[in-house]
Design a protein. Sequence first.
Length: 114
Amino acid sequence: MGMMDRMMGFMMGRMSKEEKGEMMDRMMGNFFADMTAEDKRKIMEAMMPRMMEGINMMEMMPQCLNVMLPKMPQEKRIDFVLKMIATLMEQGSAGLSEEERKDFMAKVLEKVNS
């Protein structure tokens, strides 16, 4: 373990969760400032499994969308929502019989129309 690792371990051990969160917010802007979108995507793909350990994505995804969608420009938001709906419908009905697929569609349409 290098000197920097020991120092970070010491510092992190003394910080509260709130302090760690605040530090992460400040550092992310600096860390990603000179990276391309492709660089960020590669890092995200590598880190996402570790970051998501112990997190229930079925609970997390609606909260993520609640934060992300209002900040998107309207045209991009519409395109994104349409893509998400198509993906959810395709993957959500994968492996279902024709009857099960009809029931699935009916439930989705009922929810969308309510």
